[in-house]
Design a protein around this ligand. Structure first.
Ligand code: SAH
Length: 328
């Protein structure tokens, strides 16, 4: 017998176990693993953003949840070629909890410095990127029952609904039985980043999956072996994620004084930043099969029917820095 565990506690425990013991990339594929152009474009985005921030030197280039380190390795390669002054100013900081993944990341970006959380990254000018990071942070779920709310707990692989503390439930008109999700960890992370860009030149770019507008619904998902599995199965055997509520996080960032840009769809963001042109240049001079694979990968990132529409991109920045690339 076990006591009911609140969903956010279960999800935090399950994901810590999962990322600490598994190769996540056997279970799901992320944008930087699909095409090298993804990380290159984000590197160039960071270089232009650095200009708009007044070229602070040194500047921390921070990545939250760097996975295999692929995005950062691709970004740095592109930046060294196209923006050497930015490359010289950059100091790389990784926010990563998994000791296993830290080792993989060190193989790709040996001169990075690692942190457990954003709070322990020194303050000062920074550019932060996070791809599929916020979706892994633990959520709570509330269910509309009658004219009140319950909260979802997990007990022995099953859902249990207990009376909710109403002050924890966001004001949202929903129907009987609807689920409303709250991600306090994502809100805390965005709030910390936002208050930092008010105190020093800085910007943060979040790429993740979720709707444009806050919506009711149970979006908890578990993937193992690239297939959906029961999210309440044995803790640590699957990757647990949930939709990112960009509208909610935009409100958090604005409340902290940051300028918010987007969200825009990943398809429009990458296309505006030259995804297809860079990919075609890369494909030139390769064999037909390799060229077709590169173009197919780029389409998967930007095509509305693939990742182009489901994934969104949102930036927060120092109020004075103007429109950032991809958000014009
Ligand atoms: N950005 C990478 C990996 C996404 S997977 C990519 O796009 O390929 C999620 C990443 O976030 C993993 O590196 C995981 O270990 C890390 N992560 C998950 N929860 C975290 C937390 N609470 N703090 C820091 N890192 C976390």
């Amino acid at each position: 017998m076990s006591a009911p565990e609140r969903l956010d506690g279960f999800m935090a425990r399950a994901n810590a176990l999962y990322y600490g013991t598994h190769d996540p990339f056997a279970d799901f594929t992320t944008s930087p693993e699909i095409s090298q152009v993804f990380g290159e474009i984000i590197g160039l985005w960071a270089a232009v953003t650095w200009e708009k921030l007044g070229r602070p030197d040194p500047v921390l280039l921070v990545e939250a949840g760097p996975g295999r380190g692929t995005l950062m390795a691709d970004a740095l390669r592109a930046v060294r070629q196209a923006a050497p002054a930015f490359a010289a100013a950059v100091r790389v900081r990784f926010i990563e909890v998994s000791a296993r993944l830290r080792m993989v990341q060190a193989g790709r970006v040996p001169d990075a410095v690692w942190h457990d959380d954003l709070e322990s990254v020194p303050e000062g000018p920074f550019i932060l990127v996070a791809n599929e990071f916020l979706d892994a942070l633990p959520i709570r779920q509330f269910v509309r029952r009658g004219d009140g709310w319950t909260e979802r707990f997990v007990e022995d692989g099953r859902w249990v609904e207990l009376a909710a503390d109403v002050s924890d439930v966001p004001e949202r008109a929903v129907a009987e039985g609807d689920v409303v999700e709250v991600n306090a960890a994502a809100r805390g992370f965005v709030s910390t980043a936002a208050s930092r860009v008010v105190r020093a030149p800085g910007a943060a770019l979040f790429l993740d999956y979720g709707p444009m507008r806050s919506a009711a619904g149970d979006s908890l998902q578990a993937l193992a072996g690239k297939r959906p599995v029961d999210p309440l199965g044995p803790a640590g055997m699957a990757d647990l994620t949930a939709h990112v509520d960009f509208a909610d996080l935009a409100g958090v960032a604005r409340a902290a004084g940051a300028a918010v840009q987007g969200p825009v769809t990943q398809g429009s963001f990458l296309t505006a930043l030259g995804l297809m042109q860079r990919t075609e240049r890369l494909a030139r001079g390769r064999g037909a099969a390799e060229a077709a694979a590169l173009l197919g990968a780029a389409r998967r990132l930007a095509d509305p029917a693939a990742m182009g529409d489901l994934f969104k991109v949102m930036a927060l920045a120092s109020p004075a820095c103007g429109v950032l690339p991809g958000f014009g």
